[in-house]
Design a protein around this ligand. Structure first.
Ligand SMILES: *Cc1c(COP(=O)(O)O)cnc(C)c1O
Length: 456
C-alpha cells in the first residue's frame, strides 16, 4: 500500500467497518433505510496526493491553486475539509459560489467558470475579486464593461476548447468539435480572435481549458493541456511580454469504477503533463487545477437496506432504497456508469456465500430503476444491505426528486480506537415537511384561485 492509499486496501477495510458501525449505531436500519457515507481519511489522502503530485513536477515557488470542482460534491462540510487540506473551489453557479463562501473559502481560493454567467453574477465576482474565465466573446464584452466601470482584483482569463476530441462518454466530453464550452480554437478565425482579445486587453492574464472527464484517456487530456500551453506561449510571444501568467488546466481525471485501486493517479497525470508540455512547469506560469470526481468519487458509499427480496421470471430481485434518486446517471445510462455493488448482512457484515445473478433494484416506480442488472453477488435477503461503491462524486449529493423520495442523510467517518468508527453528520436526512415545503406546500391554493375570464 502506498502512502496515499492508492492500492485501496485501507479504503475497503475502512468502508466495511463503517457499514457495520452505521448499523450498530443506528444510522442505518428499518427506519433509516439509506445513507451516504464519506471516508474522511480517504478524502485527506487524495488531497495530499494531488498536492504532492504537482509539487513534484513544478519548479520551486510556482504558485499552484488546486480548486475543487464544487459540482462534483456540493456539500459545505466537504468544501471546508478540502480547504483545511489546502484546496480551493471552482464554482459554476450562484449556488456553488454560496456554498464555497459558506465553507469559508476566500476569493483568492475561488474560480468562477459557468458557461451562462449573468451580468449580476459577473459584477459580484469582480467585486469580490474572484478569478473569472470568460466563456465566449459576448461574455468578454460584459467583462469589458465591468472592468471599465470599476477596479477589480479578479484575475481574468478566457476559456478555450482545443477540440482535441471526445472520449467514450459523449455527455461528459468537453473538447469535441461542437462542445458548448469555451472558444472553439480550431474554428475558422477563432485563434486570431483569441490573440486579438489578449492584445487589446492587457488585464487578461489567464488562459483556461478543461478537456478531460470520465471516459477520456490520459494522452488526450495531456494533449488538450499541451495545446493550451502552446497557445499561451504564442500569445505572450506576439505581445512581447508574459501577459498570460497563469494557466488553468481544468480537471477531468477519470476514475476507476472497477476496483478499489486508484487509477490513473494524480502523480501519473502530472508526469504525463510534464512530458507533453515541459515548459508549463518551469516556473514561468502559475497553475490552477479543477479536479472534481477524482478527489471524491472513491471516498463515498451509498448503503441501502433490502426491503424485499423476490423473484421474477427466474431472476432474483432485491428491492432496496437506493435507485434513481441517488444514482441517476447509473440508472438512466447503465452502460456508461456501472457501479460496483457489495452485499452486507443485516448486521452490516460483508456477506459471503455462493454468488447468484440478481438485480439490485431501487424504490422508484418505474421498471428501469435498477442499481445493477444481472449482477453476480451473494444472494441479498430481506433486511440485508446493498452498498453502491465509488459514489462520493456526482451521486448522493446530486439528489433527483423522483417519487418525492427524501434526500438521505450523509455522514463522514473516521476509524476510532479499538476498531470503532466515529461519524459526523454532513447533511441531515430530508424531512417530509421539507419535501412538502419544496413542492409548493405554502401555495396549496394557488391554482384553484386562478380563473380565466368567463371560466366560472
Ligand atoms: C465539471 C468541471 C470540472 C471537474 O470535472 P471532473 O471530471 O469532476 O474532474 C472542472 N472544471 C470545469 C470547468 C468543469 O465544468
Amino acid at each position: 500500500m502506498d502512502e496515499y492509499g492508492n492500492s485501496g486496501e485501507g479504503r475497503a477495510t475502512r468502508r466495511d467497518e463503517a457499514v457495520r458501525a452505521a448499523v450498530e449505531q443506528g444510522l442505518l436500519g428499518p427506519d433509516s433505510p439509506i445513507v451516504g457515507l464519506l471516508d474522511v481519511t480517504g478524502i485527506r489522502e487524495s488531497a495530499a496526493e494531488l498536492r504532492a503530485a504537482f509539487a513534484e513536477v513544478t519548479a520551486p515557488g510556482t504558485p499552484v491553486l488546486h480548486a475543487f470542482a464544487v459540482k462534483a460534491t456540493p456539500l459545505v462540510p466537504v468544501l471546508r475539509l478540502l480547504r483545511e487540506e489546502g484546496i480551493g473551489a471552482e464554482v459554476a453557479s450562484p449556488g456553488e459560489l454560496a456554498l464555497a463562501r459558506a465553507a469559508g473559502l476566500s476569493p483568492a481560493q475561488t474560480v468562477l467558470d459557468s458557461p451562462a454567467k449573468t451580468p449580476a453574477e459577473l459584477r459580484e465576482a469582480l467585486a469580490l475579486g474572484i478569478a473569472v474565465n470568460a466563456d465566449n466573446p459576448q461574455e468578454l464584452d460584459r467583462i469589458d464593461g465591468l472592468v471599465r466601470s470599476a477596479v477589480s482584483r479578479s484575475p481574468l482569463g478566457i476559456r478555450v476548447n482545443p477540440q482535441v476530441g471526445g472520449g467514450s462518454i459523449g455527455a461528459t466530453s468537453t473538447a469535441t468539435a461542437t462542445s458548448k464550452f469555451g472558444v472553439a480554437l480550431r474554428d475558422e478565425g477563432a485563434r486570431e480572435w483569441v490573440m486579438r482579445a489578449y492584445l487589446d486587453r492587457p488585464w487578461l492574464s489567464r488562459l483556461h481549458a478543461h478537456t478531460g472527464s470520465q471516459g477520456i484517456p490520459l494522452p488526450l487530456m495531456a494533449q488538450g493541456v499541451a495545446e493550451t500551453y502552446a497557445l499561451a506561449e504564442e500569445i505572450n510571444r506576439r505581445i512581447g511580454r508574459p501577459q498570460i501568467d497563469t494557466i488553468d488546466i481544468g480537471g477531468g481525471l477519470p476514475v476507476n469504477f472497477a476496483s478499489d485501486v486508484t487509477a490513473p493517479t494524480y502523480a501519473e497525470y502530472a508526469r504525463a503533463l510534464r512530458e507533453a508540455a515541459p515548459g508549463l512547469f518551469d516556473g514561468r506560469y502559475g497553475l490552477v487545477t479543477e479536479f472534481g470526481r477524482s478527489l471524491l468519487a472513491k471516498h463515498g458509499t451509498i448503503v441501502a437496506r433490502v426491503e424485499y427480496a423476490k423473484s421474477a421470471g427466474g431472476r432474483a430481485v432485491a428491492v432496496t432504497h437506493a435507485g434513481v434518486q441517488v444514482a441517476t446517471r447509473t440508472v438512466y445510462v447503465p452502460g456508461s456508469w456501472p457501479l460496483r455493488i457489495t452485499a452486507y448482512d443485516g448486521k452490516g457484515r460483508p456477506k459471503s456465500g455462493p454468488e447468484v445473478v440478481q438485480d439490485v433494484a431501487g424504490p422508484a416506480c418505474f421498471a428501469g430503476d435498477l442499481l445493477a442488472e444481472g449482477r453476480a453477488l451473494p444472494l441479498l435477503d430481506q433486511g440485508d444491505y446493498a452498498a453502491a461503491l465509488d459514489t462520493g462524486a456526482y451521486y448522493f449529493a446530486h439528489h433527483y426528486a423522483y417519487n418525492s423520495l427524501a434526500r438521505p442523510g450523509i455522514y463522514g467517518f473516521v476509524p476510532a480506537h479499538a476498531g470503532g468508527v466515529r461519524f459526523a453528520t454532513v447533511r441531515d436526512p430530508q424531512t417530509l415537511s421539507s419535501i412538502v415545503a419544496e413542492s409548493g406546500g405554502a401555495h396549496a391554493g394557488a391554482l384553484t384561485t386562478l380563473h380565466a375570464p368567463g371560466s366560472r
